[in-house]
Design a protein around this ligand. Structure first.
Ligand SMILES: [Zn+2]
Length: 309
């Protein structure tokens, strides 16, 4: 049921296709999530994921007593590289996917325009549209099972040739741990959740995950604390490169591991390494307020009408 006088097509479908979780919801133009469903990401290929997403979208519409006609469009975030038009998932090596025509396949089922974006880029777009702060120039950094980044410059996502923002592969420790990309000492190989847990185990801690390390640190374990501080310092070094190059207003952190890092260590490392100019302002460093819905809201923003300014 829609409120009297409201535009029946003022809602969009949003799909957050994650490596482990598939989140589907309905979002209005104020960024309210009206209904949502989360399931483990189906295995067996992209078609399984997309058909499950369509089912969840229909369930969400039914819950809201709406039909597919209510949708203005469907936005999708994907865990990989996307073509410039926002239609095709070009490459997602961790998932063995290449050239998946997501917009076309979904469009056949939902009958409305479909746009897709890289998941980290989408989080940055969500922060632009729905975040509490109004930063002109900022970096979004996701720290979870990997480390991803996106840059918003003059309130627009900077895509470069399509691969901009890969802060996870800035080298922060020469000769450091081997990264999934093949290089040594990338930020991701030091500060992502699995890297933190691996380092903690090498120090003798019984940690299967970064959450385990964080729990030990919270209970006063100094080794666990130092393991997390190593990751925080690595992030500070990477952000200092970024700050010297781009002089940003802010860095917004998301992802399950980010909140476990010591922000004082990140700030101090960053401050030590930027060009010292009298009166210089360092970027604001904060956790996103969008929580676990950041990517879902980013997906929605792909198909919502432009904001009126
Ligand atoms: Zn790497």
């Amino acid at each position: 049921m829609t409120a009297e006088g409201s535009d029946p097509r003022s809602i969009v479908g949003a799909i957050d296709w994650g490596g482990t979780k598939l989140l589907v919801g309905l979002v209005d133009d104020e960024g309210r999530v009206l209904a949502s469903r989360a399931v483990p990401t189906p295995t067996g290929g992209a078609s399984n994921v997309l058909s499950r997403a369509v089912e969840l979208l229909r369930e969400s519409l039914a819950e809201q007593d709406r039909s597919g006609d209510a949708l203005r469009g469907v936005g999708v975030t994907v865990p990989g590289v996307v073509d410039a038009a926002g239609h095709v998932l070009k490459y997602a090596p961790a998932h063995g996917l290449r050239d998946v025509p997501v917009a076309r396949e979904l469009g056949m089922h939902v009958g409305v325009p479909v746009r897709i974006a890289n998941d980290v880029d989408a989080c940055a777009l969500a922060e632009v549209r729905f975040g509490r702060a109004n930063f002109e120039n900022f970096a979004w950094v996701t720290i979870s099972t990997g480390v991803g980044g996106a840059f918003v410059l003059d309130r627009r996502l900077f895509r470069g040739g399509g691969l901009a923002g890969e802060i996870g592969h800035v080298v922060v420790e020469e000769g450091g741990p081997r990264c999934g990309c093949g290089h040594l000492g990338c930020l991701e190989a030091v500060a992502a959740g699995p890297a933190i847990a691996l380092h903690a185990r090498s120090l003798g801690l019984p940690a299967r995950s970064a959450q385990d390390v964080a729990a030990l640190a919270a209970s006063g374990n100094l080794i666990a604390r130092s393991a997390l501080e190593r990751a925080a310092a690595a992030l500070g070094r990477a952000l200092a490169f970024v700050q010297n190059l781009l002089d940003l207003d802010a860095v917004v952190l998301g992802g399950g591991v980010a909140r476990s890092l010591n922000f004082d260590v990140i700030r101090a490392t960053l401050a030590d390494r930027v060009l010292p100019v009298p009166g210089r302002h360092l970027p604001v460093l904060r956790l996103t307020a969008l929580e676990a819905h950041a990517a879902l809201l980013g997906a929605a923003s792909l198909v919502l009408p432009p904001e009126n300014h």
